[in-house]
Design a protein around this ligand. Structure first.
Ligand code: PRP
Length: 217
């Protein structure tokens, strides 16, 4: 039986955290904002943790899946990179920029690559929609080669002319003799919410946002 004054999982704020270093940083920010659940950082294989006193339940999911949990209401809120939001356009509210996980989406090519504007440009990427939208905006004919990782080797092996990918420190590009040609969009981590979860748990979400330093709390 639950102690008086504690909450059931349905009334708690359900938070999908991206597994990994970024997720741990996000948890620290949420904990400082009043949504503590110290067990989250225990080094175990457990994936769900709750602190009924603080009214919060956390679960670890694959970073690219966070928006799916939130869009379908399995989580009330979560955090996702702007890259994921632009690529998959999940039906969620984007509530605030957490100012972490900063990087950019860019076009990169082998150093010295000269583009032939008369030919269809072959673009390797994990972010097909972002790449398609970007080149469509310029009226440039492209052929998308969708890959799932290690995008940088595509132009080296002649699979593509350029890549569209995330650049953070630039180390991966440098070490593979590639360089940024154009920045498509700056990326950072966003707080997202399920649309009906936001309505029903608005007070808790706004308390969190206020604790995080947001304007709407
Ligand atoms: C991302 C991205 C680049 C790298 C950029 O890869 O796709 O490869 O990070 O970071 P840098 O500019 O600091 O070198 P990720 O580690 O997510 O793996 P991936 O190969 O699956 O894309």
């Amino acid at each position: 039986m639950r102690r008086e004054g504690t909450e059931s999982p349905e009334s708690m704020l359900n938070v999908a955290l991206p597994k990994g270093r970024l997720g741990e940083k996000v948890y620290q920010l949420f904990a400082e904002a009043g949504f503590e659940c110290p067990a989250v950082l225990e080094n175990s294989r457990k994936l769900i943790f709750e602190n009924p006193e603080a009214g919060v339940r956390y679960f670890w999911v694959k970073p690219s899946d966070v928006a799916i949990y939130v869009a379908r209401g399995a989580a009330d809120i979560g955090v996702a990179g702007k890259d994921i939001l632009l690529e998959y356009r999940p039906d969620v509210y984007e509530l605030m920029d957490l100012g972490i996980g900063k990087c950019r989406m860019a076009v990169a090519a082998p150093v010295g690559f000269e583009e032939d504007g008369a030919r269809t440009l072959r673009v390797a990427t994990k972010f097909s929609r972002i790449a398609r939208d970007y080149y469509a905006g310029m009226g440039r004919d492209i052929d998308i080669i969708h890959l799932n990782g290690s995008i940088e080797i595509a132009p080296i092996l002649g699979l593509s002319d350029v890549i569209v990918d995330i650049v953070e420190t630039g180390t991966t590009l440098r070490e593979n003799h590639l360089e940024v040609r154009e920045t498509i969009v700056p990326i950072s981590t966003r707080l997202i919410a399920n649309k009906s979860g936001f309505k029903f748990k608005r007070a808790a979400v706004e308390r969190l946002m206020k604790g995080l330093g947001g304007q709407n709390g």
